[in-house]
Design a protein around this ligand. Structure first.
Ligand SMILES: [Zn+2]
Length: 175
């Protein structure tokens, strides 16, 4: 019985397939492939989410995929290699809401521990201009606007933190 190396989750080199060993890169012990001379680093995954409002109402989508399938959350998703964060959000909004969005304003960044991904770093954008008729596309079961009183609890801590930042800024502007 071979004891699995800890604490990292990668056991084999993604390039050559040789087993990885823990080795110091000068700072700390990290997974290392001796054959390729390559360290493996784990980083939080970059993601984006949108806060899109119509008056006081907030657009939420009912998730079609796990984690938290069936729950209502802010639209958004992971940034793919080769995309800017704004391009990722424009793509995700098309996939989930069928809306074309423009005028994205960065609200803040929330970095959270994630059971599924180790860690996620979510950039929240306020959508200032949009066009089209919102309807659920491939990645959403349903979609609707919620008044502040109706809003269901959001399952992701990053979304809650970013929405709180938005609400605070919004209220200050009004007051
Ligand atoms: Zn290798």
């Amino acid at each position: 019985m071979i004891e699995r190396p800890k604490p990292f989750e990668w056991n084999y080199c993604a390039i050559c397939g040789e087993p990885l060993e823990l080795s110091s890169d000068g700072e700390k012990e990290r997974p290392y492939c001796e054959t390729c001379g390559r360290f493996y680093y784990r980083n939080p995954l970059p993601a984006v989410c949108a806060i899109l409002t119509r008056g006081d109402e907030l657009l939420l989508v009912q998730r079609a995929v796990d984690p938290c399938r069936g729950h209502w959350s802010l639209p958004g998703g992971f940034v793919e290699l080769g995309e800017t964060t704004e391009e990722a959000l424009i793509r995700e909004m098309r996939e989930e809401t069928a809306l074309e969005v423009r005028g994205l304003r960065l609200i803040g960044v929330s970095t959270q521990h994630s059971l599924h991904y180790g860690g996620v770093m979510v950039l929240g954008y306020a959508v200032q201009e949009w066009s089209g008729e919102p309807h659920p596309d491939s990645d959403a079961l349903d979609i609707r606007f919620y008044t502040p009183d109706e809003r269901p609890p959001l399952p992701f801590p990053a979304h809650r933190e970013l929405l709180a930042i938005f609400d605070e800024t919004h209220m200050n502007r009004k007051g």
